[in-house]
Design a protein around this ligand. Structure first.
Ligand code: ATP
Length: 315
């Protein structure tokens, strides 16, 4: 459950790699209980922002607070509250699945009985029960990712960072990973999740930050973000036949922004207040043109991204 307690507060963060400004006055607030999705195309600065927040990278300007404290590499107690699942799988090839998780958990928890319970719980969450004695090289890409997650969460952190954990994994592991994240959140963890997959962000995140070129472009939950672009409406109508002069005619109508016909379906981008669908249906009836199903499509996060940035989110 989301509360008003601020877990992460980033103000005016600037990070440069030589002449490239990777973070350009980046701001972020994460409240306790959120699954915050950091959404942006490749190279927009997602990993850089997380690495700065975690004190893994130095930065040029700005302030970062975690749990109300300034983060620094030597803050052991603060680090104990944080879990990191990096983009690249980082496990020991010489250790089994169980030994890897036990090792990472042991960095924070020395009591053996407590650690055993934590490792067992991490294995349960990512569903690796059948692979405990396997070495990483025997695991598929998806199972390795799940091991990577178990290593990052076994010490039961209050705040967990997932950096694109589903890139190039099979659908089964992808679903398992998304479910694991939701379960961790239900158990009380606050989550920061970076991705350039819209559907995943839309599926699991309670709060979304859209970033590009190192800066935040929009923040809100998915409905708030969609409302930002609800001046436009996408219409779709099944039309077995469409005379060319009809298409030209529709393009001239007030409120019609874009028209496309592929031989079976007519698609229109329109201004919502102009009620184009109603006018179109009346018009088709008046000229006796046969039509099938028709829809007014809800905007997706992809539409929001397109409208805000002027470009498609690349996969
Ligand atoms: N070590 C580095 N040295 C120089 N430039 C870097 C370095 N790391 C990242 N960059 C650049 O900084 C910008 C932001 O990169 P970053 O990896 O933070 O983006 P991202 O949104 O996480 O992208 P991806 O989804 O590809 O991981 C990019 O232009 C990238 O090329």
């Amino acid at each position: 459950m989301t509360t008003n307690q601020t877990i992460i507060n980033v103000t005016d963060l600037v990070k440069k790699y030589d002449r490239l400004t990777a973070l350009d006055h980046f701001n972020l607030t994460v409240k306790k209980g959120e699954i915050l999705g950091l959404l942006g195309p490749n190279g927009s600065g997602k990993s850089t922002s997380i690495n700065c927040i975690l004190s893994l990278l130095t930065y040029d300007q700005g302030e970062i607070q975690l749990f109300g404290e300034n983060m620094a590499p030597d803050k052991t107690e603060l680090k104990r509250k944080i879990g990191i699942v990096p983009q690249e799988v980082a496990v020991f090839e010489e250790l089994t699945v169980y030994e890897n998780i036990d090792y990472f958990c042991g960095l924070y928890i020395s009591d053996k009985t407590k650690r055993k319970a934590c490792v067992a719980e991490a294995i349960r969450i990512v569903q690796l029960e059948d692979f405990k004695q396997f070495y990483p090289k025997k695991l598929s890409g998806g199972l390795k990712r799940r091991l990577n997650i178990a290593c990052g969460i076994a010490h039961e952190p209050e705040l967990i960072f997932f950096d694109e954990p589903t890139v190039a994994v099979d659908p089964q592991s992808r679903n398992n990973i998304l479910e694991s994240i939701q379960e961790l959140n239900r158990k009380g963890a606050t989550i920061v999740y970076t991705s350039h997959y819209m559907e995943e962000i839309e599926q699991i995140c309670t709060e979304i930050v859209i970033m590009d070129k190192g800066a935040v472009l929009a923040t809100g939950n998915k409905d708030e973000l969609k409302r930002m672009i609800q001046t436009s409406e996408k219409l779709q109508i099944d039309l077995p036949l469409c005379p060319p002069d009809l298409l030209e005619n529709i393009k001239e109508w007030s409120g019609v922004l874009h028209v496309q016909y592929d031989g079976t379906t007519l698609r229109l981008d329109t201004l919502k207040e102009e009620k184009v669908l109603l006018k179109l249906l009346h018009h088709l009836e008046s000229i006796d043109l046969l039509f099938g199903d028709f829809y007014s499509l809800q905007p997706t996060l992809n539409d929001v991204f397109l409208e805000i940035t002027g470009k498609q989110l690349r996969d």
